[in-house]
Design a protein around this ligand. Structure first.
Ligand code: SAH
Ligand code: SF4
Length: 427
């Protein structure tokens, strides 16, 4: 989502005549598109903002911008105004469309600080796409779920869906422009449409896009286990261009911790969902997000998470250490887990998931997979990478002219998460 927001920022700047540059010393405008989901990201960004002071001294015309969800947090805009006087513009998550006006103001040396929740339309942006052959498409914004650890509902506001026709117009245009993979984005894509007229659901949208002609792939994220319904799985099964790849954040394998997180599903409910998905889509790749060290998490709760990871066999998992976010209910919960325990648990969780990924990778060796050539792997010469339908990243030799093509790759070897193969067929 942040990458896509950055594309919108780039689009506005490019429409004003700015162009990207490699070094901040050469820049006329520096934009920090921030994230405040975890404290470490926030600390890093303050370090980067501080470093602007020197650049601004060397180039007083430099325009410094802070936007993204950190600037939307209570008190942050005031803190930046007081402690970082060289910042010219602060914008929030819902008024990014004002960036053009803000830049014009800053060009006249007038600061522009505005973190009001106003709603923009995607159509307000000239987007600068940077991820060909992949394209991101927002379908809903904000979140109503209020998981007790999470800052997102406070900084991205209430959930709102884009009208179906607007999404379809954007998707059709992207396909006409030659994009080969569309990823639909939302904090909870499964609740798409609940605020729209006409009974539109996420499944309606999947059927509408899945029914478009041409060779392309459709992915989406993120799914919330409490809302992922059979009609969505049926829609995936009905259309060959919808990837068998579901990102389904579990967060914890302990029902008690899930209750305290306000996730509104249980460990058994999650297993039942996985069974339902795999019954319809046997080759599906399921990935997840997991958090360790949530307040009150005991060794037993954590072992339930390890056990769930071994049983579900996720193709990959983003694993996080719980980070205390001011303003969320979990911030003031008792029994915060000590850092040493958190560190021990994340190490064990990563080892556990690595072993699972390795096991799955071994079963893929010798088999053929359709892969979209997505881009260069710059660490190796003449090496491109792309993903299987199930979402696994594969490296293979070929040149850049193949980017955007579908190829068949035979998997030859695997180093845990990374697969290596050879092209056996070009399409
Ligand atoms: N809407 C998505 C997640 C968005 S945030 C969903 O519900 O799945 C992405 C991930 O960051 C979450 O799934 C969670 O694992 C992690 N996360 C969110 N808040 C966090 C916090 N306070 N500390 C650590 N990780 C957090
Ligand atoms: Fe955060 Fe929960 Fe909303 Fe995801 S569903 S953004 S974790 S509150």
């Amino acid at each position: 989502m942040n990458i896509h927001d950055s594309e919108k920022i780039a689009g506005i700047l490019e429409s004003m005549g700015y162009a990207p540059c490699d070094k901040s010393e050469e820049a006329d405008v520096v934009v920090f598109n921030t994230c405040c989901i975890r404290e470490t990201a926030e600390q890093k960004i303050y370090g980067h903002i501080g470093a602007l002071k020197k650049l601004k001294r060397a180039n007083p015309d430099l325009i410094a911008v802070v936007c993204g969800c950190m600037s939307q947090q209570d008190g942050v805009a005031e803190k930046i105004r007081a402690s970082y006087p060289f910042v010219d513009i602060v914008l929030g998550t819902s008024n990014l469309n004002l960036l053009g006006d803000a830049i014009l103001s800053a060009q006249k040396k007038k600061k522009y600080f505005n973190v009001d929740f106003t709603r923009y339309r995607e159509e307000d942006f000239v987007q600068s796409r940077t991820s060909y052959p992949n394209a991101w498409v927002n379908i809903n914004f904000g979140c109503n779920n209020f998981c007790t650890y999470c800052i997102v509902p406070y900084v991205r506001g209430r959930e709102r869906s884009r009208p179906l026709d607007d999404v379809m117009t954007e998707v059709r245009q992207l396909l006409a422009d030659g994009y080969r993979e569309i990823t639909l984005l939302g904090q909870n894509v499964n609740s798409y449409g609940h605020d729209l007229d006409g009974g539109v659901t996420f499944a309606t949208l999947l059927h509408a896009i899945g029914g478009l002609s041409g060779k392309f792939r459709l992915r989406f994220m993120t799914n919330h286990p409490k809302d992922l319904s059979r009609d969505v799985i049926d829609a995936i099964a009905a259309h060959p261009n919808i990837c068998h790849n579901i990102h389904l954040p579990v967060q914890s394998g302990s029902t008690e911790i899930l209750r305290r997180m306000n996730r509104r599903y249980t460990r058994d409910g999650y297993f039942a969902l996985i069974d339902m998905i795999r019954a319809s889509l046997p080759d599906v790749g399921i990935s997840t997000d997991i958090m360790v060290g949530f307040p009150g998490e005991t060794e037993e709760d954590f072992c339930d998470t390890l056990d769930l990871v071994r049983r579900v066999k996720f193709s990959s998992a983003f694993c996080f250490v719980y980070s205390r976010r001011k303003g969320t209910p979990a911030y003031s919960m008792e029994d915060q887990v000590p850092p040493t325990v958190k560190k021990d648990r994340i190490t064990r969780l990563l080892a556990c998931q690595n072993a699972v990924t390795k096991e799955i990778s071994q079963t893929m060796i010798g088999k053929n997979y359709e892969v979209l050539v997505e881009g260069a792997n710059f660490r190796y010469k003449n090496t491109m990478c792309g993903r299987t339908d199930g979402g696994r990243l594969v490296n293979f030799k070929c040149d850049e002219s193949q980017i955007g093509n579908f190829v068949t790759v035979n998997i030859e070897r695997a180093s845990s998460a990374t697969l290596w193969g050879v092209i056996t067929e070009e399409k």
